[in-house]
Write a protein that binds this ligand. Structure first.
Ligand SMILES: C=C(O[C@H]1C=C[C@H](C(=O)CCC(=O)O)[C@@H](C(=O)O)[C@@H]1O)C(=O)O
Length: 258
């Protein structure tokens, strides 16, 4: 079994860019940014429980990483960068810490490396079990209206929240719930030590209004890039600035939007 996704062609001498969306997103999440790097072959994936991978269930991070490996092999991707947002960034962090063959480097946006003690993890598991029950049992519009009131999204305008609620409510609540529990931050190992020893390029992008992840990034041995006029979902709120940062990191030309 492999994850559903969309590929775009590029130059054979360039590494693949493999994009991983955040919780409740899908393969389309990164395509506006990725389209600017047409020199590279690109793969936009749907994570388990999401998009055309909604039917795929996993039990833990190891299972997601194994699925990601199988997917990369099926596309014959032997030389790639991982670009992940939030949940997709946490999966990218975990995957990189397994030291897979072919991974050239890691670019994450607003991704948590893991909670450092058992009490924090237990509290987060409890909170995510509650969110999962709501995603299973209630209308998604009502759940996402509360979801985007969480502090990490404090910077959003009412209009931005309404747009996100409408977009994210196209999901399957039951499969979202299963993925939320399986990859809850409360279930994620603390990756800080493994990341400190990670030998390949590691970049952390965060929105200037995302106080939580600006602090988290400061604790990591990553090269940090702040995105102006953006919060947690920086590539959605300021795609142009994220494109510029990725071009700088990857040393790639930027395709004109026309
Ligand atoms: C509320 C927190 O964490 C959740 C929020 C963001 C993460 C995500 O994937 C973004 C989803 C979105 O853009 O709506 C999600 C995750 O990493 O799984 C978290 O559960 C928080 O304060 O950390």
């Amino acid at each position: 079994m492999i994850l559903a996704g969309e590929q775009r062609t590029g130059n054979a001498d360039q590494p693949w860019l493999v994009f991983l969306h955040g919780f409740s997103g899908d393969r389309h999440e990164w395509q506006q940014v990725g389209a600017r790097f047409d020199a590279c072959p690109r793969l936009y994936l749907d994570l388990p429980g999401h998009g055309d991978s909604a039917h795929i269930t996993v039990n833990d991070f190891h299972a997601v990483s194994t699925l990601l490996n199988a997917t990369l092999v099926s596309y014959n991707i032997l030389n790639y960068w991982l670009v992940g947002y939030s949940l997709g960034g946490r999966i990218a962090l975990y995957h990189a810490c397994q030291r897979p063959d072919g991974l050239r480097g890691l670019i994450v946006e607003g991704a948590h490396p893991g909670l450092s003690n058992a009490q924090q993890r237990a509290s987060r598991r409890t909170a995510d079990v509650r969110w999962a029950a709501r995603f299973r049992d209630e209308p998604l519009e009502a759940v996402f209206a509360d979801w985007y009131q969480q502090p990490v999204f404090a910077h959003l305008t009412d209009e931005q929240r309404q747009q996100l609620v409408a977009l994210r409510s196209r999901n399957n609540g039951a499969t979202l719930a299963a993925m939320l529990q399986a990859t809850s931050l409360g279930e994620q190992p603390d990756l800080r030590v493994a990341l400190a020893e990670y030998p390949d390029p590691f970049y952390f992008i965060y929105g200037e209004q995302d106080d939580k992840f600006r602090f988290i990034a400061s604790e990591l041995a990553a090269i940090r890039h702040k995105i102006p006029h953006a919060g947690h979902n920086a590539h959605r709120e300021n795609p142009g600035a994220v494109v510029e940062r990725l071009a700088q990191i990857l040393r790639l030309p930027i395709k004109d939007t026309l």
